[in-house]
Ligand binder design. Structure first.
Ligand code: IPM
Ligand code: MG
Length: 360
């Protein structure tokens, strides 16, 4: 029996995960996978009900599971809270406690939606890149950190720190991914300023010796940000630390123009992973059946592929999504300006994907 912990979270999280779970259960049945989905709380929902963004019991349950499917966390209701008790803390805690060090964020242009990007079509054409972001180290977790005051002057500090093992293991994940794709890896750094980046340079070069079939390029983070909008087609796999990866993965997602379509995986060693849509909790549309569940559904494809080792199920989900879009079904976020189409809601989009998957 495969246990999947479902953490719907806040905003549109519960709506999109509900559709994703329907799809997961349907495909599991088709593929003969025994599945048990257990729902728990995280983020603002957990703060309101239980006084903490993530209970230790939930972390323990995740440890006894195959994978976690997460919706989204956060929203204006909790924005005024201190960093240590905010909904986002639940996310950081689950990443750290479960050792989810490898964050995979693919950003590809879906042909049917190519016009959705704010970039010119000839720039967007063929974007198919993968950001591999280190997720449990760097400035997000480094010590010392804190705030203080001396002589009437307020100060605050965080520490960007990586050891060579942390760098080597994420570099290996990135090289392996590059091998599955177009054999090209861009390491993003700030080695002209940061000692941490100089260590990354050295270690990535050392790991590269085992991957002579993969072409490696080192790129400064500021120029990478520029190239991502000027010539995104040049990128295949990008590997970088936690903070740069946070920023560049949002940028990479947005240039596709279809944030509502992008899944992600956060992996530990040994196949365990947490899967979530890249889009946030979108509190403005929450509760109105307007959300696009496809990013959550495509996250299920990643879950099937990696944590349940069922590539056939993953392919079935991706094919179903492509055929639903090909048939012209669109949630509101996917509608182009001036486009005259009937808009479907979150549940109806889930229905269409289930129909495209065929009988269980
Ligand atoms: C992300 C988010 C999180 C991060 C926040 C919500 C803590 O922006 O997953 O990219 O910074 O990692
Ligand atoms: Mg982010």
């Amino acid at each position: 029996m495969n246990r999947i912990v479902v953490l719907p979270g806040d905003g549109i999280g519960p709506e999109v995960t509900a559709q994703a779970v329907r799809v997961l259960e349907h495909v599991a049945q088709q593929q003969g996978i025994e599945l048990e989905c257990v729902e728990e709380q995280i983020g603002g929902a957990s703060i309101d009900a239980l006084g903490t963004p993530l209970r230790d019991e939930v972390v323990a349950l995740c440890r006894q599971s195959q994978a976690v499917l997460l919706g989204a966390v956060g929203g204006p209701a909790w924005d005024a809270m201190a960093v240590d008790v905010r909904p986002e803390k639940g996310l950081l805690k689950i990443r750290k406690e479960l050792g989810l060090f490898a964050n995979l964020r693919p950003a590809a242009v879906i042909p049917a939606l190519a016009d959705a990007s704010t970039l010119r079509p000839e720039v967007v054409k063929g974007i198919d890149l993968l950001v591999v972001r280190e997720l449990t180290g760097g400035i997000y977790f480094g010590e010392p950190k804190g705030r203080g005051e001396s002589g009437g002057v307020r100060r605050a500090w965080n520490t960007m720190v990586y050891d060579e093992h942390e760098v080597a293991r994420i570099a290996r994940v990135a090289f392996e991914q590059a091998r599955l794709r177009r054999n090209h890896l861009t390491h993003v750094h700030k080695a002209n300023v940061l000692d941490v980046s100089q260590l990354w340079m050295d270690v990535v070069e050392e790991v590269a010796k085992d991957y002579s079939d993969v072409e490696l390029v080192h790129q400064l983070v500021d120029s990478c940000a520029m190239l991502l909008v000027r010539d995104p087609g040049r990128f295949d796999v990008i590997v970088t630390g936690n903070l740069f990866g946070d920023i560049l993965s949002d940028q990479a997602a947005e240039i596709t123009g279809s944030l509502g379509m992008l899944p992600s995986a956060s992996l530990a060693t040994g196949g365990f992973g947490l899967y979530e849509p890249v889009h946030g909790s979108a509190p403005d549309i929450a509760g109105h059946d307007k959300a696009n569940p496809l990013a959550a559904i495509l996250s299920v494809a990643m879950l099937l592929e990696t944590s349940l080792e069922c590539p056939a199920g993953a392919a079935a989900v991706r094919d179903a999504v492509a055929s639903v879009l090909g048939a012209g079904h669109r949630t509101a976020d996917l509608l182009l300006e001036g486009e005259q189409r009937e808009v479907v809601g979150c549940v109806a989009m889930g229905d269409h994907v289930l129909a495209a998957l065929g009988d269980a």
